[in-house]
Design a protein. Sequence first.
Length: 262
Amino acid sequence: MGLFSRRDKSAQPSRAASAAMLASGRKLASSLPLGDAVQCLEDLMDSYRDRTYPTLPHLVPAGHTWHGSAEEAPAAAYTGEDQAGDFLLLTFGRTGQGTLLGVFPLGSGPERLNMPLIGNLKTRDGSLRSVGTFPDGSVSLTAPTVAHSLVEDTLTSAGYPHTVENRALLADQLFTMAITKGYQFISTMESDAAGRRQIAAWRQRAEDCVTLVEPIQMVVDDLAAWNAGSLPYIQDIPLRVQSVLLEAVGQKGSFWETLDGR
């Protein structure tokens, strides 16, 4: 049944407080409603490169904390990559006239805000206009929040029933894939032995987790606490491991053959 056959989904996982404060960002206003503004940017990134996996969007929900004015607080935030493959945090706030968009690249200094992406986006959204900049420290990047419905959503997308055993086996597989990603970060930055020790620690601590997704949340929180510099690169872990699994649906010998398909 895997590690998670008896988890109580009603309990809430604890969260780490590690964060990386970002420097200034471009501020843009659009007359598009928020959902359309997000889709416009996703479509632009589609023009830059193909998706790594069909079900993994270019924009993934970002862990973040807003420190700017309450009036400009975003309703949603995503991470993505510009045309050169460089990291961006993108915030979307609702206004009476549409959407307030923030574009926050890594680094510091105003010169980094002169991005071709802004001009490219304006050609797709004729209402988009520059309205200034967000100051340094307006937002910090935190570990991503793993959706409580990740396991169920994955089963639904794969066309499998939400049985107790299916949920347990899938939760175990998603966790295994997440700790493998975590191992890759740690072994590269420290050593193979350090990565293997961390995998063993994660597996032991997962036994005390109370939800199906808390072990995955534990991994991304721990990576953020281990090295805040990893934060831009761990944002897509939950959706990436999901997408890798969904890519294997229907393949002979894949994990999916271990599940009840009725």
